[in-house]
Design a protein around this ligand. Structure first.
Ligand SMILES: Nc1nc2c(ncn2[C@@H]2O[C@H](COP(=O)(O)OP(=O)(O)OP(=O)(O)O)[C@@H](O)[C@H]2O)c(=O)[nH]1
Ligand SMILES: [Zn+2]
Length: 361
């Protein structure tokens, strides 16, 4: 996804941008209740709106600040709420209401935060040969794992003979799921998303390449043309280009969280997200006669009878099994890698210790 930034120079601790109220920045009782009375006196809430290699750009109720990234600030990501004291120094990170994270293998960082405090994630799929229920379920599992409300947006409705048929297919996944079919190029059609894009709501987009995410965003931003997502940024070391990872206010009052990391999200350590996405199957499994039922021909299998009665789709059951296997496999690979890194560093330490002892001796 490539969109235009509001302000390419984010490196000035000035009051150059219009002030936004805390509510407009996405502040809610969930964050408010985390503050002590002392903290209210000594600090102000600040939302992370931009993230670059060595600086974090935050917006308080009355100013924009750039903070240097200090060691105790690692893991902070765009969308986070921080407390900043009256000298503009970082105090602490507030607990997140939702978090998209990439489970990265490695000895130091096991999980990389990608986007925090997203209220609604639009899962975008186009109404053409790209339409794929299995893929939608995969994105739903990611949204559920993150704790963000998913809304399915079916684009290219103008090119589709029967969008209603696709809407029905998506609703068959989960009757409570919100689904909208739109022409992403047409503002009046995209207006169907207005109720999720109200003041102070943070929204993000997930979906494969070419499904119309940038088009949707540009329509929401009232932009006629699209500009690429890299920005020029001034910092103390001079001018250089970085990848945008930012939160942008939109004309509707909502905040668009746009970060390239959303593309690389994988199903790993995601069991809860998958279970939530397939809650109907977990529910059925609980009423199988045997508590360890494998649903492969055992007597009294509730899943087998739901399949027989047409209450459960074979496709959906297969995809559930596939995504469970996939997330377990990815998690196992991560665990192995972590264990390997750990034992390697133990080995290095013991070798170092040994050679030191030899030198001494
Ligand atoms: N007719 C029609 N064309 C659309 C619609 N949505 C997107 N398109 C076209 O589909 C193409 C791809 O759209 P993009 O918005 O670039 O897709 P994207 O999801 O941002 O793709 P990436 O940047 O690769 O992730 C563009 O040519 C759009 O003009 C729609 O609702 N109707
Ligand atoms: Zn069973």
């Amino acid at each position: 996804m490539a969109i235009t930034l509001f302000n390419s120079n984010e490196n000035s601790n000035t009051n150059e941008n219009p002030s936004l109220s805390l509510h407009e920045l996405g502040w809610k009782p969930f964050f408010q209740q985390q503050l002590t009375l002392d903290e209210w006196e000594d600090a102000v809430p600040a939302r992370v709106i931009g993230l670059h290699r060595s600086i974090i750009v935050v917006q308080t109720e009355d100013k924009r600040l750039t903070l240097p990234v200090l060691p105790d600030m690692t893991g902070i990501t765009v969308g986070d709420w921080l407390l900043v004291n009256h000298d503009d120094h970082f105090c602490r990170l507030l607990e997140r209401q939702s978090l998209f994270a990439r489970k990265a293998a490695g000895s130091k960082v096991n999980s990389q935060s990608i986007a925090a405090n997203v209220d609604t994630v639009f899962i975008v799929s186009s109404l053409n040969s790209d339409f794929n229920l299995n893929r939608l379920e995969r994105f739903l599992a990611l949204a559920n794992e993150a704790g963000a409300e998913p809304v399915v947006v079916l684009t290219k409705a103008d090119l589709c003979a029967d969008p209603q048929d696709y809407i029905r297919q998506v609703q068959a996944i989960d009757s409570m799921l919100m689904v909208e079919a739109v022409n992403a190029l047409d503002a009046s059609s995209v207006n169907a998303l207005a109720s999720w894009c109200t003041t102070g709501k943070t929204v993000a987009f997930l979906g494969s390449s070419g499904v119309g995410k940038s088009t949707l965003v540009n329509t929401l931003l009232n932009k006629a043309e699209q500009v690429t997502g890299t920005i020029r940024e001034d910092d103390s070391k001079g001018r250089h280009t970085t990848t945008a990872r930012s939160l942008h206010p939109m004309p509707s009052g909502s905040l668009l969280l746009d970060t390239p990391g959303m593309r690389e999200l994988q199903l790993a350590d995601c069991e809860q997200g998958v279970e939530e996405t397939f809650a109907d199957i977990s529910r059925l499994a609980r009423s199988c006669q045997f508590s360890d039922c494998q649903h492969s021909g055992e007597p009294g299998c509730a899943i087998a009878s739901a399949l027989e009665l047409g209450q459960l789709d074979t496709r959906r059951l297969n995809n559930y099994r596939k995504l469970m296997r996939e997330q377990a496999l990815n998690s196992a690979t991560l665990a192995q890698k972590r264990a390997r890194d750990k034992s390697l560093s133990r080995l290095y330490r013991s070798v170092q210790g040994e050679s030191r002892r030899r030198k001494k001796g």
